[in-house]
Design a protein around this ligand. Sequence first.
Ligand SMILES: NC(=O)c1ccc[n+]([C@@H]2O[C@H](COP(=O)([O-])OP(=O)(O)OC[C@H]3O[C@@H](n4cnc5c(N)ncnc54)[C@H](O)[C@@H]3O)[C@@H](O)[C@H]2O)c1
Length: 356
Amino acid sequence: MTGEVRLAKLGIGVLGVGEMGKRHAENLRRSVPEARLVAVADVAAERARQVAAELEIEHSFGGLDDLLARKDIQAVVIVTPDKFHAQGIRAAARAGKDILCEKPLATNLADAQAALDAVKEAGVRLQIGFMRRYDPAYLAAKKRVEAGDIGEPVVFKSLGRDKDVPPLAAYQSNLNGMLFYNNTIHDFDLARWLMRDEVAEVQAYTTVAIRPEIAKYNDVVASVVNLKYGHGAIGNVESYVQAIYGYDVRTEVVGSKGSVFVGTVAQTPAVFLSSSGRTQTLADHFLTRFADAYLAEVRDFVQNMLNDRPPQVSGEDGLKALAIAVAAENSHRERRPCEVTLKDAGTPAKAGLEYR
Ligand SMILES: NC(=O)c1ccc[n+]([C@@H]2O[C@H](COP(=O)([O-])OP(=O)(O)OC[C@H]3O[C@@H](n4cnc5c(N)ncnc54)[C@H](O)[C@@H]3O)[C@@H](O)[C@H]2O)c1
């Protein structure tokens, strides 16, 4: 909602109050005084009602339409499963609401582009939930790179490992994008943001080795994606959905003069990690590891909306990270290096779903 009279508080609605949406709602309700969380909505209406009761939010709804109809809501936070993001963005944009949408922007480039077109046409603002950009450690690394402390970036390395084995139902429901869209997308965003260059080509290696039954749902347990940048740098990203020992996220940028490292492993010669013992304390979950980042993200969104400023993580950022994920999926299917392009080359098997 650009160009309106300045508001004292930003009226907000949260769509989708599962695990992540509830955290966003909690942050907005308890820790962002410049926001007024007017309502939460979820297709599971009872879930929305419970969250509203627990957080003392005035309204709860069973869907997006009721949220969008409210004049006292200027912005919407979309936290539905991946495949509903693009549809939600389009509907919210048409209703003139500013939007903070969880990653990924969409699960294919055609849906992503349509969502960005709707945002542009409506003249609203869109932020994508790449919260690692708000994490103090990643911000410190970014500052080092920008200050030239590591010289020219040459190699990007990143890994993201989730802890628990996902239930089979998570694959069967087909509501989220495969590993590259749901998990690796964070690293693909960091790959652009920290290296200050675009990824031009990827080559993906994937495995279902310890869980062959998920192959029929077009997903994988782990992947390694090699990256080639436009200006000559290279990179490598590993993702693994069931690391058991903890939630483990590390990133390194190696440059011509040094290296900057974000992660949990100290300078010990060997670190043993298993479910029964660990030599270091690791976060168990993203909600713990990135607690500060989620709050900083939503605060920054609210501040920027109230002050009529563009969001720091744009829809274009969402599109460019998505394009890397699409190229990685193509590489995984076709077993060859694939170019990263913003052009839609047809609908992949796990395409976006219609909103209803
Ligand atoms: N940035 C991060 O670190 C991070 C972490 C976790 C999840 N996420 C993203 O957040 C989103 C939600 O993930 P989650 O773990 O909370 O999932 P979840 O399954 O716990 O919650 C999703 C909620 O959305 C509701 N829902 C489903 N379809 C809907 C629709 N069409 N309209 C309204 N509500 C609908 C479901 O009933 C559920 O309550 C996903 O896109 C995921 O990728 C991001």
